[in-house]
Design a protein around this ligand. Structure first.
Ligand code: NDP
Length: 492
């Protein structure tokens, strides 16, 4: 088994207590790597390193253009190593190489884009209303950013935080998920090679309560950028609030993929399958509710089941595999529990509904692609995030009811809309409570376009210009130009 070290202040080190934990390959169910189990003492060291790096002229003193150049170099290195990083991700989290490889190959674009933005975040001169005063603003970094990321798209979701945070001039302590540390540690080697000074990026591996909690609580952490489940997100938010820290929270979802009778049904079937089964449902943007207009409901379900039935399961490292294993054993148990809940609630199982025992699934944690029909929007299976290949199909009549059902959840991450009626598409894009609305497509994201949640799906935006602003603070600077300080007892 490979034994790994973590990154503090440019050095590769073991945890202070010398402890390790095992990382499992979800396809074999076997441990394959030993990861340092960091704790509070390591948090102290990493935050101190990041704090010192933030003040160090080698980072703070370089121009924004030079920071941009470092990021672009990092992008080149990610492009060089994309294949290797993708394979490590698949071994660690069991997601398809076709998905992880596509992500690692696309990741350099974030470093190029935010590298380009680094020297374009200009302040403003305010045409101030006070005579004898000149007023302008500065855009400044926040300080040390704690980045806490989940296992489902480990490097991509870290990149969404690291690229803007570094472009803005912050330093970072990153805690990857305990289930996907290997790719993070391999990726960590690229910072020194790109020329980032030691301590600008530090990586602490370990468990949420042992690393995440003291990291968020640390006085020298200025901002917490978190992606994960909404319950954990709430705990992170509460803890960050105690220190009045800034937060970006990217949380879960129960996104609706809405199919109208006038849609191109072949495309809609592909869109619904892509929304729920492509990433084995282990994605925050999973379109886990298919809302289907009653006039085409039966026909659509028939085509959907026929198509989903052909999905090829098996080794996630095989580029031909379409549905892989569930990443962790507890998550596997949770998905099967939700399937039972749906059955108990009276939903009708139109496909799957069991663990997968196909020979090609080996001893991995696989669940059959599962489709429930006859789902009532109030059922738990229609309200709670499963994070697995389980789809609830809900019939509706007309636009108004579709919007009402789509919005009737505590989440608001994304929505898909399948219709040939563009007037309706535009109307609904304005009334759906979701941070992203896709029309006749699903699961498109880009470094240029803001991504984030409404309601319980989160706070703040990642990617695009909006993300850059999440890592900067604005300072207002006043200069007296009159040479004559007026009456000190009257506010100027
Ligand atoms: P979790 O919320 O369980 O964990 C996310 C991260 O937080 C992990 O690194 C975890 O560490 C850490 N953590 C856990 N407890 C604490 C704590 N008390 N304080 C600080 N950090 C903590 O999510 P999962 O890893 O299970 O990921 C799946 C979830 O992520 C889904 O709900 C999904 O919807 C959401 N997600 C959201 C996305 C979005 O952009 N909106 C994108 C992708 C996923 P550890 O692993 O060691 O427990």
């Amino acid at each position: 088994m490979q034994k790994h070290q973590m990154l503090i202040d440019g050095e590769w080190v073991a945890a202070q207590k010398g402890e390790y934990f095992e990382s499992f390959n979800p396809f074999t169910g076997e441990p394959w790597a030993l990861i340092p189990r960091a704790g509070a003492a390591d948090v102290e060291l990493a935050v101190a390193a990041a704090r010192n790096a933030f003040k160090n002229p080698a980072w703070r003193g370089i121009s924004a253009s030079a920071r941009g150049a470092l990021l672009r170099r990092l992008g080149d290195l990610v492009a060089r190593d994309a294949e290797k990083l993708g394979i490590l991700e698949t071994r660690d989290n069991g997601k398809l190489i076709s998905e992880m490889g596509a992500q690692t190959r696309y990741m350099p674009q974030w470093y190029y884009y935010f590298g380009g933005l680094a020297d374009k975040m200009e302040g403003r001169v305010i045409p101030i209303d006070k005579a004898g005063c000149f007023n302008f603003t500065l855009e400044e970094p926040l300080g040390v950013v704690a980045a806490i990321t989940p296992w489902n798209s480990p490097l991509m979701l870290a990149t969404w935080k690291l690229a803007p945070a570094l472009a803005a001039g912050n330093t970072v302590v990153w805690k990857p998920s305990e289930h996907s540390s290997v790719s993070a540690l391999e990726f960590g080697k690229l910072f020194a090679e790109a020329g980032f000074p030691p301590g600008v990026v530090n990586i602490l591996t370990g468990f949420g309560n042992e690393v995440g909690t003291p990291l968020i609580a640390h006085n020298d952490v200025a901002k917490v950028a978190f992606t994960g489940g909404d319950r954990t997100g709430q705990a992170v938010y509460e803890q960050a609030a105690r220190g009045i820290k800034k937060v970006t929270l990217e949380l879960g979802g129960k996104s609706a993929n809405i199919v109208f009778g006038d849609a191109n049904l072949d495309n809609a079937v592909k869109g619904v399958v892509s929304g729920i089964f492509a990433a084995t449902g282990q994605t925050c943007i999973a379109g886990s509710r298919a809302l289907v207009e009653r006039s085409v409901h039966d026909e659509f379900v028939r085509r959907l089941v026929d198509f989903a039935r052909t999905a090829k399961m098996g080794d996630p490292l095989d580029p031909g595999t379409q549905v892989g294993p569930i990443t962790t054993k507890p998550q596997y148990a949770k998905v099967l529990e939700y399937i039972q809940i749906a059955k108990d609630e009276g939903a009708k199982c139109a496909l799957g509904g069991t663990a997968a025992s196909r020979p090609e699934c080996g001893s991995g944690w696989f669940v059959e692609p599962t489709i429930f029909t006859g789902v009532d929007p109030k059922m738990r299976i229609a309200q709670e995030e499963v994070f697995g290949p389980v789809l609830s199909v809900i019939p509706f009549d007309g636009e108004e009811q579709a919007v009402a059902i789509a919005n009737d959840t505590q989440y608001g991450l994304a929505a898909g809309l399948w219709t040939e009626n563009m007037g309706r598409a535009i109307r609904m894009s304005q009334t759906l409570e979701a941070g992203t609305v896709w029309i006749n497509t699903y699961r498109a994201t880009s470094y240029m376009s803001p991504f984030g949640g409404y309601k319980r799906s989160g706070i703040g935006r990642e990617s695009g210009l909006s993300a850059m602003r999440e890592y900067l603070q604005e300072k207002s600077v006043w200069i007296d130009t009159s040479g004559n300080v007026p009456n000190p007892f009257v506010m100027r």
